[in-house]
Design a protein around this ligand. Structure first.
Ligand code: LMR
Length: 399
């Protein structure tokens, strides 16, 4: 029955981890997947998460099914985190928020919903470049995608003029994907003033803004600041779609805690939308897993744990910022003639180094440093112990 099937390629990001695991060299470093490591290179369990685990353990909860749309206290708490305490959308209950299998699950569910129910132009515009899985999801569900200019390799910054020119040409009523903060893979975000300009054009073109927010807290260490673009769009009257993930900002990678929100304009439209999203969920995975959502809910609804969590996120964001400085210093002090300013200018988990595929290959082969082919490194995998080795490798392959 299955003999005709061709071997598929390894995943561009998760496939790197598979290759890394097979490497036996003691100097190896995995800068492929965006997963935070502590300064000893170990996975990090946030102190706030540890405390929430204790609370859940002591509560001896049962394992009954969750509602199809997830735990309502969880969805209320995560929507408040994204849209803000005094959000009009939440006040008027015009949001349809459901628990999802982390950010990827939110994207898939949200885009499937668009494919089935969106009444305008079923075509999505992605920033160039974007997270590789965005293309894959669109391909899988036959949602046509095109690209708008985003990153300018000449300045290693955001190409505001290119983006505006391209967005102006997008057919009315299409969908536009935006990274809410800490753009993956470039680490380059629009300034608030640039967001305002984008919001205006997107409104003028009647586009549906579809936000991917996988890094709330990681861009600036401030969860409200990192949600500012989403909140601006909502205030400007856009009916945004929002995908949230708690993989990075709570370190809950494997627990798959996320959310999808469709802002629907009215409570009545939100109720109808919810009824249809629930049918999609019920036929896909019935209802979401409990544990990760329980941890998130416990942290967000307990003042003490929430304050602890805000410190935990800041600590992770600050360690990444320090590693950016150390990495840049390491490459520059080796006498490298290129500019490495972008390492410290870019924000969030990733740095888009500008290394070419052949340089990436050398870095992996000769230095056992693993990164994606596009030259993206997860700065979260750099530590004070491996930074000198990584800097030496980057200097060597780029000289
Ligand atoms: C990444 O870009 O490395 C992360 O978002 C992890 C993933 O699932 O690709």
């Amino acid at each position: 029955w299955w003999g005709h099937i061709q071997m598929g390629p390894p995943d561009a990001i998760l496939g790197i981890t598979e290759a890394f695991k097979k490497d036996t060299d003691p100097k190896k470093a995995n800068l492929g997947v965006g997963a935070y490591r502590d300064d000893d290179g170990k996975p990090y369990i946030l102190p706030s998460v540890r405390k929430a685990e204790q609370i859940l353990f002591n509560a001896a909860l049962n394992h009954e099914y969750a509602p199809i749309s997830g735990d309502p206290e969880y969805t209320a708490a995560v929507a408040k985190l994204a849209f803000g305490e005094n959000s009009k959308v939440l006040e008027e209950k015009s949001n349809c928020t459901v628990q999802t299998l982390s950010g990827t699950g939110a994207l898939r569910l949200g885009l499937e919903f668009v494919m089935k129910h969106y009444a305008k132009n079923k075509e999505i515009w992605l920033p160039n470049p974007t997270w590789g899985n965005h293309h894959q999801i669109c391909n899988m569900i036959n949602l046509p995608f095109k690209k708008y200019r985003y990153f300018d390799p000449k300045t290693n910054g955001f190409d505001i003029e290119g983006a505006k020119a391209d967005i102006c040409k997008i057919p009315e009523g299409s969908i536009i994907l935006l990274h809410a903060c800490a753009h993956n893979p470039t680490g380059v975000d629009p300034s608030m003033d640039q967001w305002r300009q984008l919001s205006e054009i997107i409104q003028f073109k009647k586009l549906l803004p579809f936000f991917d927010m996988a890094y709330q807290g990681f861009a600036t260490g401030n969860v409200d600041g990192d949600a500012a673009a989403v909140r601006l769009f909502v205030e400007d009257g856009h009916q945004v779609v929002l995908c949230q993930s708690f993989a990075k900002n709570m370190g809950l990678y494997g627990e798959r805690a996320g959310a999808l929100t469709l802002c629907c304009g009215t409570a009545e439209a939100a109720a109808k939308t919810m009824s249809q999203v629930k049918i999609m969920i019920r036929t896909m995975y019935s209802n979401p897993p409990l544990y990760g959502a329980r941890l998130v809910k416990t942290i967000l609804t307990n003042d003490e744990l929430r304050s602890q969590w805000l410190c935990d996120v800041k600590l992770m964001a600050n360690r990444i910022i320090t590693m950016r400085q150390k990495l840049r210093e390491g490459i520059e002090s080796a006498g490298n003639k290129h500019s490495w300013r972008h390492i410290t200018d870019q924000i969030g988990m990733f740095c888009y180094t500008g290394l070419k595929p052949e340089q990436v290959e050398r870095l992996t082969k000769e230095f056992h440093v693993y990164l994606t082919k596009d030259g993206r490194i997860s700065v979260a995998g750099v530590t004070s112990k491996n930074v000198a080795h990584i800097a030496a490798g980057i200097h060597k392959v780029s000289s």
